[in-house]
Design a binder for this molecule. Structure first.
Ligand SMILES: [Zn+2]
Length: 442
């Protein structure tokens, strides 16, 4: 329970005030939420950066491609070691898919049962051989550090460490008061759903927020935090026609490839930008040898939308394609048969009041710190999709970087691999800290 006095003090002072410039004042007793001035806090965070970057470098050096189970597990153990000095106990939870590594849950019980959840992931999209082939490894250049996972999402994990490290040192009473629950998905890049269940089972009604540390967006000077993400479904449409000799019995055939060509156009036409609904036909195949009217053809793809009702309508439209098509044999009117199916579904994370309240705290904190913060609705998925309706969720709290999921570099610089910007860590940590104080004090 927060006292009224404490609520007033739940903020970072935006000027040094009385005190000796350049000297960090010790935390004052009985002021659980109070922190150092912004300048002193910046100095504290700057002093943590060498350790933070050493940690990031060690994490980037461990290949944690989703399918590299041993690498993911190694990174999970290393991450647990990094947070152990902050008092976190580790739990390694097996993945539902035994081919993947263990999810990681770190918990630090506070004096109260009020808790804050923080979410990151262990895996990357880069197989070890691709890293070797493209010489893609830890590579500082100016303010950038290139390397696998530098911003998606090992930089986000280091951001969690920076924030907690600062809270422990600068607001120890608050750090001790709260319970902290940290979650790392071993297989986020494959959209595994079991991780969301693991988080939800450990949330309760005193969990104030789930904070996801995917990288921030940028729009000019604006730092973009993520308040919604599209849902996604993958689908397959299979056309069963009738094979025939392409020379002697062409008219006996019901050409599945020709039918699929028409169906693909129908699928593409389901895209409706006015409702943020996109259908992507991602892959088609069909037929066998060239002297045969093809009896089968397959299209696969995905659709995405922000709103659950739009996703539901898209799903219904897709499934309604099942049944007889237009392609038929002129001999006996034998008709191609279509089978439409959903392969996987990840729910959308739509705009909602809980997320908007959190975003307002981050925007308030940004105004006080002179950091412009705006919100973004993102097309890509994150673990936020699995948890937003369990506790208020906010995403995009990691550092700034770019070119995620790219490992290639071209000689002319037109292709650059994933990187994180070093100087984005401290201001973003400041923003996260200031907003966390508001959250705890609210
Ligand atoms: Zn990610």
């Amino acid at each position: 329970m927060q006292s009224a006095m404490c609520k007033v003090q739940c903020a970072i002072q935006t000027s040094d005030g009385p005190g000796v410039p350049g000297v960090d004042r010790p935390p004052e007793p009985n002021q659980s939420c109070r922190m150092q001035s912004a300048a002193a806090l910046t100095r504290f965070l700057e002093r943590q950066m060498p350790d933070a970057l050493d940690m990031l470098r060690a994490m980037v050096s461990i290949n944690s491609f989703t399918a590299n189970r041993d690498g993911v597990n190694q990174l999970g153990r290393f991450t647990a070691e990094c947070f152990a000095p902050l008092g976190f106990a580790a739990e390694f939870v097996p993945s539902a898919n035994p081919a993947y590594g263990h999810h990681l849950v770190l918990t630090r019980r506070g004096r109260t049962s009020r808790s804050i959840a923080m979410v990151s992931h262990l895996d990357t999209v880069f197989p070890p051989e691709e890293e070797t082939r493209n010489q893609f490894h830890w590579q500082p250049e100016g303010d950038r550090i290139y390397g696998p996972g530098t911003h998606d999402i090992k930089g986000g994990t280091v951001m969690i460490w920076l924030v907690l490290q600062a809270l422990r040192a600068q607001a120890p009473a608050l750090f001790e008061e709260m319970s902290w629950k940290l979650f790392w998905n071993s297989s986020e890049e494959t959209l595994s759903h079991d991780f969301g269940d693991i988080c939800r089972a450990r949330f309760d009604r005193e969990t104030l927020a789930a904070l996801v540390f995917e990288s921030e967006g940028r729009l000019g000077e604006q730092r973009l935090i993520v308040v919604a993400r599209k849902g996604r479904a993958t689908w397959r449409v299979t056309v069963h026609g009738r094979a025939a000799h392409a020379g002697g019995q062409h008219s006996n055939g019901a050409n599945a490839v020709v039918q699929l060509g028409q169906t693909v156009e129908q699928l593409a036409a389901l895209t409706d930008y006015s409702r943020d609904l996109t259908f992507n036909v991602g892959r088609i195949s069909g037929g066998t040898v060239l002297n045969r009217v093809p009896h089968e053809a397959v299209a696969e793809g995905e659709f995405r939308a922000f709103l659950p009702e739009v996703c539901a309508q898209a799903k219904a439209a897709l499934l309604s394609l099942s049944g007889p098509g237009k392609g038929r044999s002129p001999v006996d009117r034998f008709t191609c048969d279509l089978q439409a199916e959903i392969l996987s579904e990840t729910r959308p994370w739509p705009r909602n009041p809980g997320t908007d309240r959190l975003a307002a705290l981050w925007q308030d904190a940004g105004r006080e710190l002179g950091i412009p913060v705006s919100v973004e609705e993102r097309g890509g998925l994150s673990d936020g999709n699995h948890i937003w309706d369990a506790v208020p969720t906010l995403d995009g709290l990691g550092p700034w970087g770019d070119n995620g999921h790219c490992s290639e570099r071209s000689a002319d610089g037109s292709k650059l691999p994933e990187y994180v910007e070093v100087t984005s860590f401290v201001p973003k940590a400041m923003l996260n800290l200031a907003a966390l104080l508001k959250l705890v004090g609210s």
